[in-house]
Design a protein around this ligand. Structure first.
Ligand SMILES: C[S@@+](CC[C@H](N)C(=O)[O-])C[C@H]1O[C@@H](n2cnc3c(N)ncnc32)[C@H](O)[C@@H]1O
Length: 412
């Protein structure tokens, strides 16, 4: 509906390549399979399009038929900006073809309802801070919900490299970096490190975000976003678009000029001991207000335990009545607000909707699922995998309800 008004949309939809678990953006779209490109030196430039170089690949350790090569792919410019290298499997790279060949994203903006550009009034500086290395400081008032930063990754690698030989994977990383422009290479090497192990591994370990590409986990480096320091009660959250690979930093509350821009490096709802454990790998201490003193920690942990208990209780079939569920959702909302976890409310509502679906209360599952969808679109991203999970749940609810109706009709 209305797709013709968006140049590039139809071509991009028609070009949806295989290996895309999110599925077509529109029901009924023709699904074509873009060819997986590997390290075949005989191929000319046009046959390795959209990549700027012939990929370099390594074979898997287990050379069975299902095992795939691991390759490094580079584009010299991503959507008119800096280039990008990705170390991934050929079928995943093939899945990126439509995004790379059809960079026109105005139709995607329409779909998500928010432009893919940061609010130009928003500004920040990257500065050296005591005991933190560099950090990002706001230079103007940033209202809640505005996009503070929006970037594309300049390097990505598949999260689980275990099927491939370690030495081979390291060689690919080296090539992936070398094929970037010299400006990007020097930016990459200036990123924070912990001085442990191989330099590019260290840079990935210290700075990368876990994203999904074609439904598969990858570590991604975003140049300036990587300068944001951690806080367990952050003033921004991350929103990720699976179709464009864009990562956004969104104001979680109003931010005053001069405030440091922070985000949480892990899920917001961890308990104190889990936070300490998670932070250990970065080598600094928890200094947010939730870690401040024993009493605050305990109070916060208790609320977080309560959230888990409510979710646990709702999975029991006998608790799926409109009255009990709406009380539980109300209580969850209170706890989430007190703990600053609204960005996770969509995930919680998704779990409640799932429990309603399991208990066959389809009406309730739909109502709560629709609420979950709104929250996920806002906080996770309009095409994020977490958002797509809710879309799938709503589709399943429709199918199950329809199935029950048909079964009932044929029985009567
Ligand atoms: C992704 S980088 C953040 C930017 C980094 N400070 C820089 O100079 O580029 C992660 C590293 O920043 C530092 N860092 C992040 N959050 C911190 C915090 N709350 N306190 C102290 N150091 C922090 C740690 O050294 C960590 O390994």
């Amino acid at each position: 509906e209305g797709w013709d008004a968006f140049p590039g949309a139809q071509e991009a939809l028609d070009l949806q390549c295989g290996h895309n678990p999110v599925g077509p953006l529109r029901p009924g779209v023709r699904q074509t399979y873009c060819a997986a490109i590997v390290d075949d030196g005989t191929k000319d430039a046009s046959s390795r399009s959209p990549w700027s170089y012939t990929p370099i690949c390594v074979d898997p350790v287990d050379n069975s038929d299902e095992a795939s090569k691991l390759c490094t792919y580079t584009v010299s410019s991503l959507r008119g900006g800096p280039g990008m290298s990705i170390i991934t499997k050929p079928d995943i790279a093939a899945g990126l073809t439509s995004m790379l060949q059809h960079p026109e994203i105005s139709w995607l903006e329409k779909q998500r309802g928010v432009p893919f550009i940061p609010d130009t009034r928003v500004s920040y500086d990257i500065k050296e801070l005591p005991n933190k290395g560099y950090g990002v400081i706001s230079t103007a008032f940033i209202p809640k919900d505005s996009i503070v930063m929006l970037e594309l990754p300049y390097m990505l690698k598949i999260s689980d490299p275990s099927p491939w030989n370690h030495k081979g994977a390291i060689a690919l990383m080296q090539q992936a970096a070398k094929r970037l422009t010299s400006k990007d290479q020097s930016r990459l090497l200036q990123m924070a490190r912990q001085d442990k192990g191989y330099v590019l591994d260290d840079i990935f370990r210290t700075n990368s975000f876990r994203v999904t590409v074609e439904g598969v986990g990858h570590a991604a480096l975003y140049p300036e976003i990587a300068r944001i320091n951690h806080d367990c009660k952050p003033n921004t959250i991350i929103r990720y678009s699976t179709q464009t690979l864009a990562l956004e930093i969104v104001a979680y509350r109003d931010i005053e000029p001069g405030e440091e821009i922070t985000l949480s490096y892990f899920a917001l709802n961890l308990r104190y001991h889990q936070r300490i454990q998670a932070i250990k790998s970065w080598g600094f201490n928890c200094s947010c207000s939730f870690c401040a003193d024993e009493a605050t920690r305990q109070k916060s942990d208790r609320r977080r335990d309560d959230i888990a208990r409510i979710l646990q209780a709702i999975t029991r079939k006998e608790n799926i009545t409109r009255d009990i569920v709406s009380k539980a959702v109300g209580k969850l909302e209170d706890l989430v607000n007190e703990e600053g976890l609204s960005a996770q409310m969509g995930d919680l509502l998704y779990m409640v909707a799932d429990a309603c679906m399991a208990a066959k209360d389809f009406q309730l599952a739909r109502e709560i699922g629709e609420e979950a969808l709104k929250v996920q679109r806002r906080y996770a991203g309009f095409d994020n995998d977490r958002t797509q999970d809710v879309v799938k749940l709503l589709e399943t609810v429709d199918e199950l309800e329809h199935g029950e109706e048909t079964a009932f009709a044929s029985a009567s």
